[in-house]
Each structure stands twice: as C-alpha cells, then as structure tokens.
Ligand binder design. Structure first.
Ligand SMILES: [Zn+2]
Ligand SMILES: [Zn+2]
Length: 139
C-alpha cells in the first residue's frame, strides 16, 4: 500500500491523515504481526524518522479507537497492536511470551454478552494463557 493509499484508509476511517498516523499504520501493515508500542517506536527510528514515545502511543490509541488497529493485552502493562482484517482473540505463552491468533467463532465484536446492567458493551476480548507448543516440547 502506498503512502497515499494508507492516508486514504485513515481518512475513510474518519481521522485526519497526519504524517505520524500514516507512518505508523504503514509500518504496522508492512511488518505484520503483533507489536508493542516500544517495538513500533523502534521501527519508526529504523525507518529514519523520529517520533517521541508519547506520540507513538497517541497514534496507536487513535488508530485502535477507529478499529484500524487491533489492540490486545499481552500481559501486565504490555499492549500489542496489529492490523487485522477479522476480529480475533489471542493465546499468550506464559513461558516465552509468544502471541498466537485465535479465531473468534463470531468474527466481530462484541462476541460475548456481559451481564452489566445499563452498560453498552462494544467489545469483549479473550486472552488465552498457557504454554505454547514449542515451550511444551522443550522441558
Ligand atoms: Zn512459549
Ligand atoms: Zn492478533
């Protein structure tokens, strides 16, 4: 996707296509997979730009608010971000921290009902935890 196309996707989602947003959305798309905000900050640096960590956080926040980027919690204090076409869940290995996508049977959010009187639930995300295949293989 070119920078112009990336900018258009961001505008279509209802955001202004600022340079940091175009840059970070482009990076997440190119690299694929799950990235922490720190990793994204590093990738921005590698691309020859420099963005303060706070700006990276803000951009990731903006992009996940309009569902261009999906955010999941990997563990205490670590959120991961990714560009994903379908709503899904995650399995996180307790040993190596590896993150694996887990398909959602519903495929869109909210995929679970919560019994919270008066509240409007718009998202339910499940984090499965345990030992991944390769860690289970190597005791
Ligand atoms: Zn593992
Ligand atoms: Zn994922």
């Amino acid at each position: 996707m070119s920078a112009a196309e990336t900018a258009q996707v961001i505008r279509d989602a209802g955001l202004r296509a600022t340079k940091p947003r175009v840059l970070i959305y482009g990076i997440l798309q190119e690299t694929g997979g799950h990235r922490t905000a720190d990793e994204v900050t590093g990738l921005v640096l590698e691309s020859g730009r420099r963005l303060p960590r706070a700006s990276v956080y803000n951009v990731l926040d903006d992009l996940s608010r309009v569902d261009l980027v999906m955010r999941a919690d990997r563990g205490p204090g670590t959120a991961i971000y990714e560009v994903a076409d379908t709503w899904h869940h995650h399995f996180v290995c307790r040993t190596c921290g590896d993150v694996t996508d887990v398909p959602c049977v519903i495929g869109s959010k909210p995929c679970l009902d919560a019994d919270v009187p008066g509240a409007v639930v718009d998202e339910a995300q499940i984090i499965f935890r345990g030992t991944c295949a390769s860690c289970a293989d190597s005791p």
